[in-house]
Design a protein around this ligand. Structure first.
Ligand SMILES: [Zn+2]
Length: 338
C-alpha cells in the first residue's frame, strides 16, 4: 500500500506542477522496493558506500573503461516526457512519455547493474583528452526541456546521484509545462548538464540560412546566459540535419551534437552525428536492456588509468582545442548524412 501511495505521489508529480524535488525524492525513496526483482543483482538500498563510488563524488569506481578506444560503446539514452500520457488517444504523446514508475524501474536497473551515467563533459574528456570513463558508462538525455524533467525525472536521478543531460529549447523556457530559468539553474548545479536544442524546435533542414543561424547561435547564447558558462552540446530537433546544419552547429562553437539515429558506439570523428537509444513509452525493461547492447569491457582501475579527479561539474574553459579527426576517422560528416 505504501508503495502504491508513493508511486501515486510520483505520478501526481508528473501530472501537476511545482512539486519540489525533495518531496518527490522522498516519495521516490519510499517507492524503492523490489519491483522487477528478477533483474536485480541485489536489493536496492539508500545511497551508501556503493553510491559514493559513483562518478562525480570524491571516490572512484573500481573498474574503468581505459582511454584510447574509438569508437567506444557509451549508449546515449533519449527520453522526452517522464509522465503518464494525459491523453490516451494521443499516440505520439504516448510514445514520447515514459511513466514515472517505468523510469524509476529503469534507473534502479542501471544502478543495480553497475551502469554509471556520465555526461558529455565526461565523454568528450574520454575521446579528446585521454581520460578514462567509469565502467558501463551511459548518458541519460532528456529532450525539449519539459517541466517534468524537473518535477519527476530529476528527483529520481537524485536518488542514485545520477548525472543527466537536459536539451533545452531556449525559446520555450518559462512557458507553461516547460522548465523555468530557476529550474535549469538548480538542476545544473546538481549534476544535470544543459545542452541546446534550438530556439523554437524548428526543422533545421527546412528553414532559411538566417533562421538556421539564429536557431543555433541564439539558443547557445541564451542558455549560456542562464547557466553562466559555455554550452557545448547540441541536439538536432527531430533528428533533422544536413551538411549546412552541421556547419552551423560547428561554427557556433558546439563540440558535439546528437541525432535520433539508433546506435551505441561513438568516436571523436562522428561527434556531430552521435547516435542514441530511444526509450519509448510503454516499452519493457527487457527491450531497453536489449537496446543497451553489450557493455564496453572495463578493467581494474590502476593509478595509470584512474580518472582525473574532478568535482561534480567539470567546467570546460575556452579556448578549447580539439584534435582534428585523423585520416582513418574521416570527416565528421562524410558518409553520415542520410
Ligand atoms: Zn526535441
Amino acid at each position: 500500500m505504501l508503495v502504491l501511495l508513493a508511486v501515486a505521489a510520483i505520478v501526481q508529480a508528473a501530472t501537476t506542477t511545482e512539486v519540489r524535488p525533495v518531496q518527490a525524492q522522498a516519495a521516490a525513496r519510499a517507492a524503492h522496493t523490489p519491483v522487477g526483482a528478477s533483474f536485480r543483482a541485489q536489493q536496492p538500498s539508500e545511497p551508501s558506500t556503493a553510491t559514493l563510488s559513483r562518478p562525480g563524488v570524491p571516490t572512484m569506481p573500481a573498474e574503468v573503461v581505459p582511454t584510447g578506444r574509438s569508437p567506444v560503446r557509451v549508449p546515449i539514452l533519449m527520453y522526452h516526457y517522464i509522465r503518464v500520457n494525459p491523453d490516451p488517444g494521443d499516440r505520439l504523446g504516448f510514445n514520447l512519455s515514459v511513466t514515472p514508475a517505468d523510469f524509476r524501474l529503469q534507473m534502479d536497473w542501471l544502478y543495480d547493474n553497475d551502469y554509471h551515467p556520465v555526461d558529455f563533459d565526461d565523454l568528450r574528456a574520454y575521446l579528446f583528452e585521454n581520460q578514462s570513463l567509469p565502467s558501463r558508462p551511459v548518458v541519460l538525455t532528456f529532450d525539449d526541456g519539459y517541466r517534468d524533467m524537473y518535477t519527476t525525472a530529476f528527483p529520481i536521478l537524485r536518488v542514485h546521484q545520477f548525472k543527466g543531460v537536459s536539451y533545452v529549447v531556449s525559446g520555450f523556457l518559462n512557458s507553461p509545462n516547460y522548465l523555468t530559468t530557476e529550474m535549469v539553474q538548480e538542476m545544473e548545479a546538481l549534476g544535470i548538464q544543459i545542452g541546446a536544442h534550438t530556439v523554437s524546435h524548428a526543422d533545421l533542414t527546412r528553414i532559411s540560412a538566417a533562421s538556421l543561424h539564429s536557431e543555433v547561435f541564439d539558443s547557445k547564447a541564451a542558455l549560456e546566459a542562464v547557466v553562466g558558462h559555455a554550452v557545448l552540446d547540441f541536439c538536432y530537433p527531430s533528428g533533422k540535419f544536413n551538411d549546412a546544419v552541421i556547419s552551423a552547429v560547428q561554427a557556433a562553437g558546439f563540440l558535439t551534437a546528437t541525432t535520433t539515429q539508433p546506435g551505441v558506439a561513438h568516436s571523436a570523428g562522428d561527434r556531430f552525428t552521435w547516435s542514441r537509444v530511444r526509450v519509448s513509452g510503454g516499452e519493457s525493461l527487457e527491450e531497453l536492456i536489449t537496446d543497451l547492447g553489450e557493455p564496453e569491457p572495463a578493467v581494474k582501475e590502476t593509478p595509470a588509468n584512474a580518472p582525473a579527479p574532478r568535482g561534480l561539474r567539470w567546467k570546460v574553459t575556452f579556448p578549447l582545442q580539439l584534435p582534428l579527426p585523423t585520416p582513418e576517422e574521416g570527416s565528421p560528416v562524410e558518409g553520415l548524412i542520410p
